[in-house]
Design a binder for this molecule. Structure first.
Ligand SMILES: *[C@@H]1O[C@H](CO)[C@@H](O)[C@H](O)[C@H]1NC(C)=O
Ligand SMILES: *[C@@H]1O[C@H](CO)[C@@H](O)[C@H](O)[C@H]1NC(C)=O
Length: 135
């Protein structure tokens, strides 16, 4: 399946967009996330964390196990959360690389702003995975 590339505004972001690069396969999901601001749009994307999350094969309702493959401390928590949720909801091993930054959100990246960003990413990504599953 060809990679899907999408972008949408960061909730409360000031001229900031979330860029999504998603490859959906029968047995895995590969997802890259970054934020692009008006100033950074010509710069190379910064390196983020890379995390793998595995669904529990014996119990689909148990939380997935995750392991960081590459760590950039300020992005690790968000990357891990995305990987676990997508693994859990898709039932597939999920690899997520993310250098998303919330500093350009309205209040500079509060817990609530991060949560809204997380929810938006999950909604968009699971929408694409569900669509791919039906085709
Ligand atoms: C998977 O879930 C089962 C049942 O809840 C549990 O016993 C087992 O330890 C879990 N495995 C992993 C790798 O988390
Ligand atoms: C599966 O995991 C859930 C959540 O961790 C737990 O409550 C449940 O007891 C587990 N089921 C089995 C059969 O181990």
């Amino acid at each position: 399946m060809a990679p899907i590339q999408l972008s949408f505004p960061l909730p409360h972001g000031i001229q900031t967009r979330i860029h999504v690069h998603l490859t959906i396969q029968k047995l895995s999901v590969l997802l890259f996330l970054t934020t692009v601001t008006a100033e950074s749009s010509n710069a190379p994307a910064p390196m983020g964390s890379f995390v793998c999350a595995m669904p529990n094969r014996t119990n689909a309702t148990a939380p997935p196990l995750s392991s960081p493959l590459y760590t950039v401390p300020e992005t690790l928590d968000f990357t891990t959360r995305v990987a676990k949720i997508v693994a859990w909801r898709s039932g597939r091993p999920t690899y997520v690389g993310s250098s998303m930054s919330f500093v350009s959100a309205g209040l500079g990246g509060t817990v609530d702003e991060e949560m809204e960003g997380l929810n938006k990413v999950i909604e968009v990504v699971m929408g694409e995975i569900d669509k791919a599953g039906k085709s």
